[in-house]
Design a binder for this molecule. Structure first.
Ligand code: HEC
Ligand code: HEC
Length: 294
């Protein structure tokens, strides 16, 4: 320490420290700084008293000072979660009650409906339709533009609600193609001819004569459901026979089997088994898969 010394230029006392002849002035700290510093100390002590702060150990193990206002983050999170569940319940109620098209037009509702629909599809529909809704033999692909009963929101909703050939449901989609062979309506030769005609509808017949004979049988037996040109009828759930998409297979043997024994695929009705909001979510989900119609 050297003796007290005043700076010549400013008249301020120096600290007595000197580096290479440069002396440090002993200016007092600014007032604002001092007060802020005291304020943080007061704040800190008040915080310890009011909020959860210090851990300490008791006979039962670690605990902490709880603070006067009893704030707890876990409670805050629980409360927020309950809020989310509640707001979702509100949204599910809207999905159950609003016109489907309005739900589809509301991005937030639609996002929730698609998520709910996807989950419900995995639980209830995937065993028959496949996890990607791609379908299997006898169970239609729901991703494509080909619909047996129709692909508008209303059609899909109806199918899911009432099922197909599901006798326990009053409004079920219903139409039974006869078993032309088993029931003795057509002979084996006639069935072979009509199958040849069906093949010709997609340009695959190899026997024009048989196809011509088959066309006459088709005109008397099949057009009521499949239409004069074979493109099917959605009101009757009769598939299009002219394209490359087949529910039960499009080879000659598959067609002969369909005509001989009928098929009568069944799908359960879901009304009463799933909630209204779930059925509507499923409808929107299936409709969104790529084949949805206006
Ligand atoms: C037990 C098997 C089974 C289950 C489970 C099932 N389906 Fe189906 N579904 C079928 C069959 C079979 C058809 C075709 C029936 C027919 O018309 O010959 C079908 C047809 C449909 C159609 C009509 C397709 C069209 O082209 O018009 C829709 C839509 C559909 N299912 C949706 C669903 C949804 C959604 C679920 C789940 C809630 C579901 N299905 C569960 C068997 C099932
Ligand atoms: C009463 C209405 C009706 C009549 C009549 C009818 N069908 Fe069908 N047909 C259907 C329905 C409905 C299906 C859907 C399959 C099912 O039962 O699940 C179908 C399915 C088929 C299939 C299978 C299509 C596929 O995608 O795999 C073929 C093939 C077929 N019919 C051919 C015929 C021929 C040929 C005749 C005339 C001899 C005929 N049908 C008469 C209603 C009818």
């Amino acid at each position: 320490m050297s003796e007290k010394h005043k700076d010549d230029v400013t008249g301020v006392e120096t600290t007595g420290h000197s580096w290479d002849g440069i002396r440090e002035l002993n200016n007092p700290l600014p007032k604002w700084w001092i007060y802020t510093f005291y304020a943080t100390i007061v704040w800190c002590i008040a915080y310890w008293v009011v909020m959860p702060a210090w851990p300490y150990i008791t006979n039962e193990g670690w605990t902490y000072t709880k603070g006067l206002i009893g704030y707890e983050q876990r409670e805050v999170v629980t409360g927020e979660l309950a809020g989310i569940v509640e707001s979702r319940a509100d949204a599910m109620l809207q999905i159950a009650e609003m016109p489907l098209r309005d739900v589809a037009a509301d991005p937030a509702l639609m996002e929730l409906a698609l998520a709910a629909g996807r989950a419900a599809f995995g639980d209830n529909c995937a065993p028959c339709h496949g996890s990607g809704a791609q379908g299997f033999k006898g169970f239609p692909n729901l991703n494509d533009d080909e619909w047996i009963w129709g692909g508008t929101l209303e059609d899909i909703q109806y199918t899911v609600n009432h099922g197909i050939r599901w006798e326990a449901n009053d409004g079920t989609r219903q139409n039974i193609m006869m078993a032309y062979g088993r029931d003795g309506i057509l002979s084996r030769a006639e069935i072979s001819d009509v199958a040849e005609y069906v093949l010709s509808l997609s340009g695959r017949s190899e026997n024009a004569e048989a196809a011509t004979r088959g066309s006459e049988i088709f005109a008397t037996q099949c057009v009521t459901c499949h239409g004069a040109d074979g493109t099917g009828n959605r009101e009757l759930g009769a598939p299009n026979l002219t394209d490359a998409i087949w529910l039960y297979g499009g080879e000659r043997a598959n067609i002969i089997e369909s005509v001989s024994n009928g098929r009568s695929g069944t799908m359960p009705a879901w009304e009463g088994r799933l909630s209204e909001a779930t059925i509507r979510s499923l409808t929107l989900f299936v409709h969104s898969l790529g084949g949805g119609e206006e």
